[in-house]
Design a protein around this ligand. Sequence first.
Ligand code: NOJ
Ligand code: CA
Length: 516
Amino acid sequence: MSKWLDNAIFYEIYPQSFKDTNGDGIGDFQGIIEKLDYIRELGCNALWINPCFLSPFGDAGYDVADYCRVAPRYGTNEDLKQLFEEAHKKGIHVLLDLVPGHTSIEHPWFIESMKADKNPYTDRYIWTDKVWESPEVSFGGSLRGISERDGAVAVNFFSNQPALNYGFYQPDPEKPWQQSIDDEGPQATIAAMEDVMRFWLGMGCDGFRVDMAESLVKNDPEKKGTIRVWKQIREFLDKEFPDAAMVSEWGDPQRSLEGGFHMDFLLEFGTSHSNDLFRCKEPYFSSRAKGNIYDFVESYKENCEKTAGKGLMCMFSGNHDVDRLARHLHGDELKVAFAFILSMPGAPFIYYGDEIGMRYVEGLKSVEGGYNRTGSRSPMQWDDSTNAGFSSAPASDLYIAMDPDKDRPTAKKEMAAPDSLYHEVKKLIRIRQSHKALQSRGKITFVYAEKNAYPLAYIREAGDEKILVIINAAAEVKTFACDAEPKEAIYNFGVAAEVKNGKITVPAQSAGFYRI
Ligand code: NOJ
Ligand code: CA
C-alpha cells in the first residue's frame, strides 16, 4: 500500500500549458522539470500529469494513439523518465493519467479492429455485427461508416473515442456481439491495459489517475462488472507493483474503493454536491453567504461511513474539466476556500495556477475539444516577461492565449507579496504537513454544518491530536454553539475565535485551526 498517499498534496499539471522550454508555444517535460522546485517550494509532494501520450489531440490527449509513447510535442520517453527521476530526488511522486476506457480512432488497435478480416484486435472494441445496428451502451453513442468491417462501434465520450471492450455485465442473448467479461476479447483488453501500466510503472511512475474508471463494463448499472475488472487489475498490481497508487475519476467512493482504488475524487458530477461549494450561482464559499453546505456534508458523511478505513476521498481546487475556482470566488474568498480544501481528509489536489488565483479566461475558442473547459486551461502565468514567462513563442503561436488582463496574477508577484493567496496556500500546506490529524487519514467529525448557515466547523483527529477547524466564509461575524473548547490556535486567517458560555464567535471571512 502506497503509504506516501497519507500525507500527499498533489499538484495537477496540464502539460500543454505549464512551461514551454523550446519556444514552440506548448508546454513540455523539460518545462515541468525546470519548475519542480517551484512545486516543491509551494509544499506539494506529488504530481498528476494529464495524458501526455501520442494522440491526434481531439480531446487534449484523452484520445490516445499509443499508450507507451509520449507525444513528441512534450519530449521523448527518456525525458519523461528523467522527469520521474528528478521528481523523486525532490521527494515528489508522479501519477500519469491512464485512459483505459477508450482510444483515439488513430490507435493501431482500432485500425486493425476496423478490418473486415478477423485478427487479434477484432474484439478489442465494442462492435455490433451490422453497421445499421447501434450498440446503445451506457456512456455515449456510436460511430459508423468509417470501417471496412460491417458494424457500428460504441464510443465513450466524443465520437472519435471508440470504447475498448471490457464486456457487458449481463450480455443480451439476442445480441451475440455483446461479450461477457470473461470472454477472450475483454480479457485481452485487460491484459493489454496491464501491459501499459507495467510499462510506465517499470520506468518509475508511481501510479495512475484513472480516467472514467467507472465506464469499463457496459450496461452495468450497479457497477458490479466494472468493480470486478478493477479487482482483477488490482491483483496484478499487488503481485507486480504493490506500491502503485491508484486514484479514480469515478465520483462514487463506495464503489471505486471496493474496486481496489486507494482514492476517489469528489467530483462535480455524481452525488458529492461539491459544486454547491465552489461552482454554482451562490457558492458556499462566497462572502455573500447565500450558499448551502448541508447536502455536501450529508453526502460526505454517508461516504465516510460506507468506506470507513478503505480509502480516501479527495478534494480538489479545480481541474482541467471545471471552471477555475477564481471564476466564482475572489480575494479572501479564495483563501478561505483553500483553508477548507487543505484541512479535509483525503489527499488534496491543487490545479496548476489556482495557488496564484489564475482566472478562467472568458470567450476563448475551443482548443483540442476543450469547449467551455478551454478557459480553465490557459498557460501558467509565471512572471512579467513575454507571455508571462510561459513561452518565448509569438503570442499567436501559443497553445491557448494568455489571460489578457493586465492585472493577471503571476507566480512572481504572488511570491513577492507576503499576504498573497500563494503565501496563504503555502502556509496551509506547511501546517497540514506538520499535523497528522489534518492529513489524509485523520478522522473527521462535523460539529457545525447547518442548512443555509455559517460557519462550518469540524474536528480532525489522529492518535491523541485533535484539531477543531472553523471556517467562516460569510462577510459577517458568526456565533455558534459548540461543546469543544478551542485552545492553542495553530492557524488563523483573521483574528482568533472567542469562546463564551459554550458559544464560539468567529470573525467575518476567517479560518482557524485550534487544538482542543
Ligand atoms: C475525463 C477527463 O478528465 C476529460 O478531460 C476527458 O475529456 C474525458 N474524461 C474523456 O476521456
Ligand atoms: Ca515546447
